[in-house]
Design a protein around this ligand. Sequence first.
Ligand SMILES: *[C@@H]1O[C@H](CO)[C@@H](O)[C@H](O)[C@H]1NC(C)=O
Ligand SMILES: *[C@@H]1O[C@H](CO)[C@@H](O)[C@H](O)[C@H]1NC(C)=O
Ligand SMILES: *[C@@H]1O[C@H](CO)[C@@H](O)[C@H](O)[C@H]1NC(C)=O
Ligand SMILES: *[C@@H]1O[C@H](CO)[C@@H](O)[C@H](O)[C@H]1NC(C)=O
Ligand SMILES: *[C@@H]1O[C@H](CO)[C@@H](O)[C@H](O)[C@H]1NC(C)=O
Length: 502
Amino acid sequence: MSGKKVAVLWLLAVLGSVSGGKVLVWPVDNSHWLNMEFILRELVVRGHEVTVLLPSCFLILNGTEPLPFQFEMVEVPISKSEMAAAMDEGFYFWFYEERRLPFWESLKKMIDILRKFENITRTICDGIVKNKVLLERLRASGFDVLLADPLMPSGELFAEKLGIPLMYTIRFSMGNTVERLCGGLPAPPSYVPASLSSLTDKMTYTQRIKNMLSYALQDLAYHYILWGHWNQYYSDILGRPTTLCETMGKAEIWLIRTYWDFEFPRPFLPNFEFVGGLHCQPAKPLPKEIEEFVQSSGEHGIVVFSLGSMVYNLTDERSNVIAKALSQLPQNVLWRYKGKKPEALGSNTRIYDWIPQNDLLGHPLTKAFITHGGTNGIYEAIYHGVPMVGIPMFADQHDNIAHMRAKGAAVELDFSTLTTQDLVDAVNTVINNSTYKESALKLSKIHHDQPIKPLDRAVFWIEFVMRHKGAKHLRPAAHHLTCSFSSTEISSYENLHKSVSE
Ligand SMILES: *[C@@H]1O[C@H](CO)[C@@H](O)[C@H](O)[C@H]1NC(C)=O
Ligand SMILES: *[C@@H]1O[C@H](CO)[C@@H](O)[C@H](O)[C@H]1NC(C)=O
Ligand SMILES: *[C@@H]1O[C@H](CO)[C@@H](O)[C@H](O)[C@H]1NC(C)=O
Ligand SMILES: *[C@@H]1O[C@H](CO)[C@@H](O)[C@H](O)[C@H]1NC(C)=O
Ligand SMILES: *[C@@H]1O[C@H](CO)[C@@H](O)[C@H](O)[C@H]1NC(C)=O
């Protein structure tokens, strides 16, 4: 597109939209912020004013970055190092302990970690709802919409307290519990796999039972571990009996960070919009040094390898197993890794603190992507049609790789048991066997062939909510049933729980 055309489009977008809407944002730390930032930048380009509520303990931001947003700093009695320690504990558990500890011990540890995060979130929330000066300033600012990531509760409480229409941007919740029980999203367990179950839409009879149990267990975890204290807290703050789930159910629109290239077909509601891949862009030229290394690979091309921004060191044993495998590939390998340089590192492998991942995946010499399976990276691979070797670690990563496997675009390995030969074989398979590349290209074509780009759709619905002060006409009446799905389901769990404990 020429500069002039961009300028005209930009002008049209500014003139044609809600001129100068005001957006308040409740973000979540780390990779969740990266995705949100793309939406916020686009809102600014279209003439809106964006204000981000930023707790002082956030790791990815400190409010001094040269970003085109206002930051409303929230001082909280948690230091960045306490926040980092809590996260490290969580990651250590998910990388090395979750699958190795005995079941009950692992469960107990997980509950401890979840409670610690709940405590942190509550402390942050206190820092906002109990700060009358801040609340008054926010109220006086006259925001048109509050955009929140529901992974961390509180955003919906601020929206309710300030009387601002609420919108969510969410990848998933455990067991899709928040979307199902609070948002009313139907999920027949016979063909809609529960998140974190690693299942696909085609299940055997046993897998369907596993799927039902997976939904039930995750709902129970929310009810007893995650939601327990919030219901009383929300009722106290709002001065009337309510629940966290009821308050979340008030979201006008849910922007889901996936699309039908990734999801299995399923029923959804008119106020759910699937905008996966909104951050993807055509590849830009690489920095000179990286381009030279890529070109030096010759006909074999390159392999891009990243375990994400959160894995910064592996044990010596794991990193050497991996480095040895990479050294046996005919390709050149670009590995994003911040840990100690492994002794077995081959001359075909270079380690970088940071790589221009999207630009590398879009490079014509790229043959495969070794990934932990975070949604952002998977979408970049889908966008550019690159086959994957998945080494999932935690959260939605096992699910994400299960989806890519089911669609024929990935091979999966287990991080804690993989051998050098496993990794060599997996990379050779996705490169030698053309079906993986063909499947990845097919997903890429589906992704690019949409009537309106995901980022434009996300922004459209945010502007829609600002123009119409909500989107109540899209809201299913299920939310008004006195005996709604959530309360019946929860009371049946309570009975189940009673009969189990008796
Ligand atoms: C904030 O972050 C930037 C970039 O991440 C860094 O350069 C700067 O030193 C930080 N400032 C403070 C006050 O921590
Ligand atoms: C969080 O934990 C600390 C100590 O571990 C406790 O003193 C504090 O009351 C807890 N905060 C909340 C909001 O539960
Ligand atoms: C990662 O590094 C930290 C500190 O640098 C260390 O305490 C931790 O043990 C390391 N983890 C692994 C798995 O090596
Ligand atoms: C797959 O590719 C590797 C490296 O290019 C090669 O060494 C190997 O023989 C190939 N295997 C098959 C079955 O083609
Ligand atoms: C290539 O992979 C597909 C899918 O896993 C498999 O069905 C097929 O047999 C493989 N082809 C070869 C030649 O190994």
